[in-house]
Design a protein around this ligand. Sequence first.
Ligand SMILES: Cc1cc2nc3c(=O)[nH]c(=O)nc-3n(C[C@H](O)[C@H](O)[C@H](O)COP(=O)(O)O)c2cc1C
Length: 130
Amino acid sequence: MLTRVFYISEIVESVTDIDVLVILGVAQVNNRRLDVTGMLAQSDGHFAQVLEGRTDVMRTLLAKIATDPRHREMRSLLQDSIERRQFSRWSMGLVRRDDMAEQMKTLHRDGCTNNAQARLMIQQLMASAP
Ligand SMILES: Cc1cc2nc3c(=O)[nH]c(=O)nc-3n(C[C@H](O)[C@H](O)[C@H](O)COP(=O)(O)O)c2cc1C
């Protein structure tokens, strides 16, 4: 069974652009091995990540990501059973979305009222994916 998850977290202040590139590199290698796909969006204050993969694999991976000291307060906004991947081309892609910093902040603070809102946010965040 496949699962898609979407969360937003706060980036720890000391994290640099180089650190983010290191996260991306490790994620790409690991995710390829685990058959996990997805995208990581970054504003100056928040990460928003979509991950897709086998449900059991995702559980372990998310537990690992949740304890990563480079971010905090991971807020899960969507957990969907899916039949097809949306990001099948990327083991992990990175998009910079400073233009959506306020929306990311609000969603992280308040959460979303329904899954449709979270799905719309994914579409908007990832619209600039290469
Ligand atoms: C925002 C964020 C997203 C991450 N995404 C992934 C990911 O998709 N896949 C992954 O393996 N690690 C990801 N990591 C890194 C993990 O927390 C962890 O450092 C890494 O998986 C350890 O890999 P290793 O066990 O090969 O040393 C992410 C970290 C952060 C802060």
